[in-house]
Write a protein that binds this ligand. Structure first.
Ligand code: AMP
Length: 453
């Protein structure tokens, strides 16, 4: 059912209908202090410098188990505190083992994207900064020159955080040797497989010693992911970070009906009318990211595109400018939907709807972090409404399709091709889904966006 609310703009709308979701689980283990988990003073110092007061649920469960040398199978989302959950105990185990010269890689963390590699690597560095002896963390990913990474690996590294493709390149250049790896972490295992890294993973696994500790983190467990977990893990402890109300993101979802060709105008209107100061806009393609950002800039709204065809340097710059409020709007492909932690991001806009409900969760989960409340707005046209209803159903929410005065849609019939779309729309629509092969190709292309091969 379409429930149209007329309004002079979103500010005048009744918020009663807005749905709330809890996409991530930064749930706390109540009353348990970090000091009870068996971590060394150097690690506790880093934890307190980061202002982590109490362990999250996944940290409380994983840290003691990992310290005992157990394998771990964790169902965890970005935002659950999973990085510290594996980094803290593994840093401690490394610290306790005698250091060798030259350094040998003893901890390998495999991640699906460049951004996640940088983020996870920095977090490990930060948590390990007070350790004696100092441990060297090398971060490697594709899309940038291999030479500085080879130089950095001279003299070895204790910890390597890597995307699979570039790691294999480096092993082929003999820049890194994996025969001394004592612990392996697969982070976002479902996404590693989604992005077509299965072959690379098998080749990397063949280079590792069979005796090692394995930690497996994934947000979802489709059969291929489960099979990989079964292959890797030995009597793992299972952790399912529960959703608890406390500390969870507070995200208000809204849906606005608009014709495809008027989305950029509506976006401009919302940004100026509500004085939104930092907005992440998701579009379906790199081309759309460029076009929408360009149009916003022409309207004097400082916007930048963010997608996989930009150099790594440019992407890092855009994110830094966004965080420093030098850029107000980032128009991104799904490169930015997972793994990136932008604190203080009040608004996310789905200019194009995501293909899947899972991606929707990851997209809107960019807002409402660090105890702030967030707003996720989706633009829905007659053509995409059925798809939006499926996404809603998956969330267990039902949102009214709101209308903003001056932007009431004219198109009503489903499957009417947008006549004057100002950016190509490729949001998935039921009945038009591509084959499995197409999807893998599209995922690889989108990840080309992001993956570090
Ligand atoms: P992650 O799920 O590892 O991506 O972590 C999500 C965010 O939570 C990161 O910004 C972490 O720095 C932060 N974080 C991790 N553990 C805690 C904790 N115990 N208390 C507060 N924040 C945390």
């Amino acid at each position: 059912m379409r429930l149209a609310l007329q309004s002079a703009g979103l500010g005048g709308l009744n918020w009663v209908f807005a749905g709330r979701v809890r996409p991530c689980h930064l749930s706390k283990a109540l009353f348990m202090p970090f000091t009870s988990l068996g971590l060394s003073p150097a690690l506790l110092r880093a934890v307190s410098a980061r202002a982590f007061l109490t362990p999250t649920a996944i940290q409380a469960a994983a840290i003691p188990a990992v310290l005992q040398g157990r394998d771990v199978l964790a169902s965890a989302q970005t935002g659950s505190g999973k990085t510290a959950a594996f980094a803290l105990p593994l840093l401690q185990l490394l610290q306790q083992a005698p250091t060798e010269k030259p350094r040998r890689v003893r901890l390998l963390v495999l991640v699906p994207t460049r951004e996640l590699a940088a983020q996870v690597g920095e977090e490990i560095r930060s948590l390990g900064q007070h350790l004696p002896p100092a441990l060297k963390v090398a971060i490697v990913f594709g899309g940038v020159s291999i030479n500085p990474q080879m130089m950095n690996l001279r003299g070895g590294a204790d910890i390597v955080v890597a995307t699979p493709g570039r790691l294999l390149d480096l092993t082929e250049h003999n820049a890194v040797v994996l025969s001394g790896v004592a612990a392996l972490v697969l982070d976002e295992a479902d996404r590693l497989l989604d992005l077509g890294f299965a072959d690379e993973l098998s080749r990397i696994l063949a280079l590792l010693p069979t005796q090692r500790q394995n930690l497996f983190f994934s947000a979802t467990f489709p059969p291929a992911v489960q099979a990989l977990a079964n292959q890797l893990l030995r009597e793992p402890i299972h952790i399912d970070a529960p959703a608890e109300p406390e500390g969870e993101p507070d995200i208000t979802q809204r849906a606005i009906a608009v014709d495809p060709g008027r989305r950029t105008q509506l976006l401009r209107h919302l940004i100026t009318h509500h004085a939104w100061r930092r907005v992440l806009v998701f579009v379906a393609t790199k081309h759309a990211a460029e076009i929408v950002a360009d149009k916003l800039r022409k309207a004097r709204i400082y916007a930048e595109p963010f997608h996989g065809e930009l150099s790594q340097g440019k992407r890092t710059q855009v994110l830094a400018d966004f965080k420093a409020s030098r850029v107000k709007v980032v128009v991104a492909t799904d490169v930015a939907s997972r793994g990136i932690d932008i604190a203080q991001l009040p608004v996310v806009v789905n200019y194009d709807l995501p293909r899947s409900a899972q991606t929707y969760i990851h997209r809107i989960g960019r807002t409402g972090r660090a105890s702030a409340s967030g707003l996720a707005v989706s633009f829905v046209s007659a053509d995409t409404e059925a798809h939006f209803r499926l996404i809603e159903k998956h969330q267990g929410v039902s949102l009214p399709l709101e209308q903003v005065e001056g932007f009431a849609p004219l198109q009503t019939a489903p499957n009417v091709a947008p006549s004057d779309s100002d950016a190509p729309s490729k949001g998935g629509i039921k009945g038009k889904r591509p084959s499995k092969k197409d999807k893998l190709r599209a995922a690889a292309a989108a990840a080309g966006d992001s993956q570090g091969d």
